[in-house]
Design a protein around this ligand. Structure first.
Ligand code: NAD
Length: 260
């Protein structure tokens, strides 16, 4: 099972988990489009990753909530490499507020990046995958696809929604050789999580140390953060898996925080 010469698009790959998945795929010989809002960071990541790996990277400017930019970005990848084998819909943000104070515009912003982003990127990639008769779509879910936490109404709603979307794509895509999966990580130390530590301390009225040790790691088996490498390994498994046997499944990667 390897990704040599497979053409992959990873959204939000200029930073954090998406960047780690790009690194893992390129180490295996894949061609990876680093699709991100932040074009300078995407270009920097693409240059560095191409230097270090067996595969190669290109940077693509993409706001995943903008249908025109998503379609343009996907077409740029097809123009360069001729096909799309793997989509990792990973771009995401976090916004935390108690439900009664959650500004409606922030609710809509979060849902749009996670859900419209997954919808638009999948919709743009599927015709290319159907034409080839194969493909893998991977959504970045979360333990919050299965579990709830205070302050995270928008995020928990969005991440639960991705499970449903992956199941529908599994059923529609099977006849065309297209698989869909969701990865559900626990807390991973990326900019998205670093930002939440002081915010949660403020909203929950506890110290930052308590946020880390109790809220984030309290239910793990080893008090360890999930690593970017843990998540990238699972992404590689789903992307390279040779049959439909795992399609529609979600896998929790959380050091035992959530078991199902
Ligand atoms: N870090 C965690 O603990 C954790 C846990 C579970 C799931 N996740 C999920 O993993 C994914 C990546 O998170 P991360 O922790 O690596 O975050 P991150 O902030 O390090 O990276 C997110 C990337 O997405 C990009 N992005 C944001 N909005 C975008 C948009 N509209 N269009 C295109 N790109 C956009 C950002 O520029 C950034 O490069 C998210 O979906 C997040 O919900 C993270």
């Amino acid at each position: 099972m390897n990704l040599k010469d497979k053409v992959c698009i990873i959204t939000g790959a200029a930073s954090g988990i998406g960047h780690g998945i790009a690194k893992r795929f390129i180490a295996d010989g894949a061609k990876v489009a680093i699709a991100d809002l932040n074009m300078d960071a995407a270009q920097k990541a693409a240059d560095e990753l191409t230097k270090g790996g067996k595969g190669e990277a290109m940077a693509v400017e993409m706001n995943v909530t903008d249908e025109g930019l998503v379609n343009k970005g996907v077409e740029a990848v097809v123009a360069k490499w001729g096909r799309i084998d793997v989509l990792v819909s990973n771009a995401g943000i976090q916004i935390v507020h108690p439900m009664q104070d959650f500004p409606f515009n922030e609710w809509k912003k979060l849902l749009s990046i996670h859900l419209d982003g997954a919808f638009l990127t999948t919709k743009a990639c599927l015709p290319h995958m159907y034409k080839a008769g194969s493909g893998s779509i991977i959504f970045m879910g979360s333990v919050h696809s299965k579990e709830a936490s205070p302050l995270k109404s928008a995020y928990v709603t969005a991440k639960h929604g991705l499970l449903g979307l992956a199941r529908v794509i599994s059923k529609e895509g099977a006849a065309h050789g297209v698989r869909a999966n969701v990865i559900c990580p626990g807390f991973v130390k990326t900019p998205l999580v670093e930002k939440q530590i002081p915010e949660q301390a403020r909203d929950l009225g506890i110290s930052e140390e308590e946020v880390v040790n109790k809220v984030m790691l309290g239910d793990t088996v080893d008090q360890e953060f999930t690593t970017i490498e843990d998540v990238a390994e699972v992404a590689h498994l789903f992307a390279a898996f040779p049959t439909n046997a795992l399609t529609g499944q979600s896998l929790v990667v959380s050091h035992g925080w959530y078991m199902n």
